[in-house]
Design a protein around this ligand. Structure first.
Ligand code: CO
Ligand code: CO
Length: 351
């Protein structure tokens, strides 16, 4: 039997989960300039838009979806870290409306500082999530690194016509979110050791929850665009929808669902480093807002909810469909947060 391992995994990571994502602005500098001019016509979604995954037309009515996500520990428990990192990576297939088919593991491990048994637990967590959705963890790659890193490369498939992009929202579409916001603030509070047991569980449960509802949304033609909320925060990912679609969005501050009372943690300065980096890179694209609202909409989420737009005239039908299914109700907390409007000077207007 494995002896009780007393390692605090998060003490090895400089940034938590999707909070260690490079800011949108820097990413632009790294990738934007290297955008190849060569066109591959089978590549339906690639670097030209900031979507969740690459999509390749297999020429038989089916598309291949391919994505990778990995980061440093966001929780101390290695099994849970493996689960969360995996659910987060798989989410990008769901965010395209697709069905995951298999995954590969990406593991960086400080071999001289952390026992390999702990790494084995991380992989076990990944296998657990893959088993839940009945896909194989089919291989991977491992290297010796300074910080522990884990994630997956995930492949999925989708009927070509069901692919959901983040650049196709229309004026009048209603904006929905499927998870509450705040896991970045809570993860920082956990790292600082100031989180309550109850809120810690809330954060873990939220980050563990699979975004498999995205596969269902793929089948609905009135869902006009979709992404998931991760490291750039609610505002960052909504800006990607707005800019990709050449539109703006109105969101209502009091409609943004919060995971718990975040005020007490914000007051103790439990704000992820990623929030400020996010704000610096896109704050100028948002109408003036309170400090509190800024902290919330730029909070990096790890495996955050699906963010999607829906044709207004189909909204009632959609809500009826969601209400009628108990399995869907268990999967998501559905919240309408605003609507798409014509292009304004600002991408997001907060009311
Ligand atoms: Co994503
Ligand atoms: Co991603």
């Amino acid at each position: 039997m494995l002896k009780k391992l007393k390692v605090k995994l998060t003490s090895f990571s400089h940034g938590a989960g999707c909070g260690c994502k490079i800011s949108p602005q820097l990413l632009e500098e790294i990738i934007g300039k290297n955008n190849s001019k060569k066109l591959f016509k089978e590549l339906i979604v690639g670097n030209s838009t900031k979507d969740d995954a690459a999509v390749y037309d297999l020429k038989n009515g089916t598309a291949l979806i391919s994505t990778t996500d990995f980061f440093t520990p966001i929780v101390d428990d290695p099994f849970l870290f493996g689960q969360i990192a995996s659910a987060n990576a798989i989410s990008d297939v769901y965010a395209m409306g697709g069905k995951p088919i298999f995954a590969l593991a990406i593991l960086g491990w400080p071999i001289s500082k952390l026992p390999v048994e702990v790494a084995a637990k991380v992989i076990e967590g990944a296998k657990n999530i893959c088993e839940k959705i009945n896909i194989p963890l089919a291989g991977g790659h491992t290297i010796d690194t300074i910080e522990p890193i884990f994630g997956l490369a995930v492949n999925g498939i989708c009927d070509l016509k069901n692919i959901k992009k983040n650049s196709t929202a229309n004026i009048g579409d209603q904006i929905y979110l499927t998870k509450k916001i705040g896991v970045g603030i809570l993860s920082t509070a956990e790292k600082k050791g100031i989180i309550s047991e109850k809120d810690k569980l809330l954060a873990h449960r939220s980050m563990l929850k699979l975004n498999s509802f995205g596969e269902t949304l793929g089948n609905l033609d009135f869902i006009t665009s979709m992404t998931d909320v991760t490291g750039f925060g609610l505002a960052g990912h909504l800006i990607e929808i707005c800019e990709g679609s050449k539109k703006s969005a109105i969101i209502y501050e009091n409609k943004i669902p919060l995971i718990c009372d975040l005020n007490k943690y914000i007051k103790q300065n439990s704000i992820p480093g990623g929030s400020n980096r996010n704000w610096q890179s896109y704050g100028n694209k948002i109408s003036p807002i309170s400090q509190m609202c800024q902290t919330i909409i730029s909070d990096p989420q790890t495996n955050g909810g699906l963010l999607f737009t829906i044709k207004k005239e189909k909204e009632t039908e959609f809500l009826k469909f969601v209400k009628s299914s108990n399995s869907i109700k268990q999967l998501i907390t559905l919240c309408k947060i605003g609507e798409i409007i014509e292009l304004q000077e600002k991408s997001i207007i907060v009311k």
